[in-house]
Write a protein that binds this ligand. Structure first.
Ligand code: DC
Length: 222
């Protein structure tokens, strides 16, 4: 039996990680896990419970009240909070603005990383898993590690178009702020793993990036 394939895709907000990861998983018949959706669901739970997000101890204390489950089908990735679908609720600007604070709390990361490792261990053919700390912390032994980059202008343009927002300058600032918090936190910061391949998607189409990643797998090259 061949070993399950684990592809770790990390990178900053708006670099195209989700579309790329889903495309690679679909092409290769693998599961897909969006770990960012799990941090967003935890943030939604904190907001709904009225937890003070400037108080890491209060966030840590509320973690056990949230049960989060992410479905792993690349064409229909689901996300549930306490058994209820929250796919839309986690994409609001309120959650997006708050998520970096919640993701910086170690007690949050411990619980979610455990669940992410379980998803990796139970994916029979393998999995494409995207986030910020996948190559460094969640899947240090991944078959292939990618750090997906795109320049800040391209990222802001892409996110603004996705969200139907006109103000690209404001989008660029919001992304820069989130990246700064995600990159400078003490617990598992966003950082390129030493053994990750840097892919710059700034001037490539989605299909080109997917092709490039699939071609990096030893299996794809005979
Ligand atoms: O990928 P995204 O924008 O949906 O992620 C939302 C936030 O979650 C992001 O600001 C950083 C955090 N995150 C994280 O800390 N670790 C991960 N593995 C994935 C996301």
């Amino acid at each position: 039996m061949t070993e399950p394939i684990v592809i770790a895709i990390d990178g900053p907000s708006g670099s195209g990680k989700s579309s790329t990861s889903r495309g690679v998983a679909d092409r290769l018949g693998l599961a897909y896990l969006d770990t960012g959706s799990m941090y967003r669901a935890m943030t939604l739970a904190m907001l709904r419970a009225g937890v003070d997000l400037d108080d890491p101890k209060a966030i840590a204390a509320a973690v056990p009240t949230a049960t989060i489950h992410a479905g792993t089908h690349p064409l229909n990735p689901t996300i549930e909070l306490n058994g209820v679908d929250v796919a839309e609720a986690i994409r609001t600007s309120e959650v997006t603005a708050a998520v970096s604070k919640v993701a910086a709390v170690p007690a949050v990361r411990t619980v979610l990383v455990e669940s992410q490792k379980l998803a990796i261990d139970t994916a029979i053919a393998g999995i494409v898993i995207e986030g910020r700390d996948i190559g460094t912390v969640v899947a240090p032994n991944a078959t292939l590690k990618i750090y997906l980059y795109a320049d800040p202008v391209a990222r802001a343009q892409r996110r603004a178009a996705e969200m139907g927002v006109d103000d690209e300058e404001a989008m660029r600032e919001a992304l820069a702020l989130r990246d700064a918090i995600d990159s400078n936190r003490a617990a598992s910061p966003l950082k390129q793993s030493a053994d990750a391949v840097l892919v710059d998607g700034t001037h490539q189409t989605l299909a080109e990036v997917i092709d490039a990643i699939v071609a990096m797998l030893p299996e794809a090259n005979g």
